[in-house]
Design a protein around this ligand. Sequence first.
Ligand code: NAD
Length: 257
Amino acid sequence: IVDINGASAIVTGGASGIGAASARALAAKGVKVVVADMNPEKGEAIAKEIGGVFISVDVTDSEQIKAAIAKAEELGTFRILVNSAGIGWAQRTIGKDGNYDSAHNLDFFKKVINVNVFGTFDFVRLAATAISRTEPLADGERGSIVNISSVAGVEGQIGQVSYSASKGAINGMTVPIARDLSAVGIRVNTIMPGLIDTPIYGEGPDSEAFKANLGKNVLFPRRLGTPDELASMVVELTVNSYMNAEIVRVDGGIRMP
Ligand code: NAD
């Protein structure tokens, strides 16, 4: 079991939802957390609450990623990266009016891939370079990376073409990245959350009904998951030194209709 007490971590998307819960859970284990997010208001508040540091980062910008890594290296021995930043809009393949462009234009698709896939990969490669320079722990491990994909990466809903493609890509990257990084003692795992109660679903008037309806697909318990239930798995994958190259569902047994 990895002793993460005193190590430093970066949590992307750490200002909200699954990322914020992961930042709190890691801090509770004595980890010094850099909250890396585009939302300074929420990000600063979480960092203050957990005694960590907020840094404004757009994961599509390599220079901003490097600044976050420098911050983590200042705080302690940088060993942990959690990639939770992501965007998840739904757009159908063709519009109800039969116009393909009104529904799912390619600029939109590229944006989702840019943030969810390239943002995740760029953070992985830059962080892994930094982690690879640290002193190894007793069994040769230097650190670990946890990516957040989605069950949508294997069984997307209506309108989830670009989102599912992006999350499937994160699943697909997991094993080859883990193979590459095994050479420098870094474990890599990915979590596929089911339907988790976070602001990602928006705050519109139909939001509650939408979420309640989604929760019906969960086998047991029949509800959405909580960010803390995801954060618990993030911590487990971080400390469990024999978990590697795994893509694990945390979804209450959800099966899409
Ligand atoms: P959330 O909206 O609460 O949090 C996402 C955070 O990512 C936000 O704070 C946002 O500011 C940040 N972010 C977005 N784009 C960014 C960028 N370019 N650079 C830096 N930060 C950026 O959502 P969440 O539900 O906590 O989502 C976290 C991850 O979990 C996402 O990758 C999401 O796709 C995934 N996920 C969520 C669910 C769910 O049901 N909530 C299910 C499956 C997967």
